[in-house]
Write a protein that binds this ligand. Structure first.
Ligand SMILES: [Zn+2]
Length: 417
């Protein structure tokens, strides 16, 4: 019987059918999207609403996506089905965090310059400059990487400082089965940060960075307290102030967030600032910048060879992508739906952190009252539409408690600006 059956399927047609069947089954299995819990705030909710009932999910738990409902995924977790906010989960398992702001000795800087000049000579000799044009920092006045590094180092200082008043959670106790720190950093994250740094350097070159340590440290503490409840634990978020009298805010991929000086000055309390920061962080967390192509192998090798603080490489491929980003983000604005989505998720983040989202509404409302203020309107939907949308979200929620009513740190830091 058995041998008979085997002999039956050995003909080519049957084998092909079998192969196709397996492929179909395998493909189906793979298309089940798996997400991993990244935030201590993640819950398996009974309804797609941030304030609905639900059990807390452990960091690292894997969830199978069933369907999508606005800012929520319906997921299966073991035998259970429920909803989870997109802000708290990621397609990657928890792992390492990208490190920014390393300090190098002047010796290394000299070595970097030497390598760079050797490289340009070699590249010229091989005719590489024609095919793989690379721009080296210093040769171009379009980018201010020095200021990006200033901001990266400020961020580091603020993390150390904030450890004093932040409860340190021991991940190993939370999740006994996995050692997340051994998971490698996804190459997508590296590409995203690389692109974000270039955009940051370009923005800073255009507007100038306000190098006020006191306020920047305060801003980074505040921003990082928001970012650390999101799914982007692989990023080291940095928050900077651009020297501009136009009210605006920008989110670069990789977690480089900028507020203009006027935007900061226009805030009246910490909650309003948290609203703006949460909106911009959401653009990064919800991947509104889309997929970023990783550099080709050649550029990877060159970049690693030249990776010292005195040298930053901006490839022509990056430059092309950069132009597209600039136009979309800073000139004509993002897609209107992504703006509403960022507003809605800002509300989610504010509620989770105990800030009143009503303050965010007030800030947006105030923008419309400022005469001749149209910079933010160039890149964001009309203020009345935004306010309406947020008010509708708040109406569907229960009472929200204001847990952060002290503005002492905010007032103190703002004085220095
Ligand atoms: Zn926005």
């Amino acid at each position: 019987m058995l041998t008979n059956k085997f002999s039956k399927i050995t003909n080519a047609k049957d084998l092909l059918f079998l192969a196709f069947s397996y492929f179909f089954v395998l493909n189906n299995l793979l298309s089940n999207e798996i997400y991993y819990v990244q935030s201590p705030k993640a819950k398996l909710l009974v309804a797609p609403k941030i304030d609905s009932q639900g059990a807390t999910l452990n960091i690292g738990s894997s969830l199978k996506k069933v369907s999508e409902s606005g800012l929520f995924y319906q997921v299966r977790y073991g035998e259970k089905t429920g909803f989870v906010s997109k802000l708290f989960i990621s397609a990657f398992p928890p792992g390492k965090q990208i490190k920014l702001g390393t300090t190098h000795s002047s010796n290394e800087q000299a070595l970097g310059r030497q390598r760079a000049s050797d490289f340009t000579k070699t590249a010229a000799a091989r005719g590489l400059s024609e095919t793989e044009k690379l721009r080296l920092r210093g040769a171009s006045s379009d980018f201010d990487f020095d200021s990006v590094r200033w901001l990266e180092n400020i961020g580091q200082a603020s993390v150390e400082q904030s450890l004093d008043n932040v409860q340190v959670i021991d991940e190993s106790k939370n999740s006994s089965f996995f050692d997340f720190s051994s998971n490698p950093l996804p190459s997508e994250t590296k590409a995203e940060v690389k692109m974000g740094r270039i955009l940051a350097a370009k923005l800073i070159q255009k507007y100038g960075l306000v190098k006020n340590e006191e306020f920047t440290i305060y801003l980074n503490n505040l921003g990082q307290s928001i970012a650390q409840i999101t799914s982007r634990q692989d990023l080291s978020f940095r928050f900077g102030i651009l020297d501009s009298s136009e009210i605006n805010a920008f989110a670069c991929p990789g977690g480089f967030i900028f507020l203009t000086r006027a935007a900061v000055e226009n805030t009246k309390n910490e909650s309003e600032l948290v609203g703006i920061l949460s909106h911009e962080i959401s653009h990064v967390v919800l991947n509104h910048h889309g997929e970023i192509a990783t550099d080709n192998a050649f550029l990877e090798i060159i970049s690693s060879l030249l990776a010292t603080p005195s040298i930053e490489i901006v490839s022509t491929a990056s430059l092309t992508a950069l132009e597209a980003y600039e136009e979309e983000f800073y000139e004509k604005g993002r897609d209107i739906e992504t703006e509403y989505e960022a507003d809605e998720s800002a509300v989610q983040l504010m509620v989770q952190l105990g800030y009143l989202p009503h303050n965010f509404i007030k800030y947006i409302e105030n923008l419309s009252k400022i005469p001749n203020e149209n910079s933010i309107l160039k890149t964001h939907p009309s203020t009345s539409q935004r306010v309406n949308k947020i008010e509708n979200i708040l109406k569907s929620m229960g009472s929200i408690s204001d847990l952060k009513n002290s503005d002492e740190a905010y007032i103190q830091a703002k004085k220095s600006l």
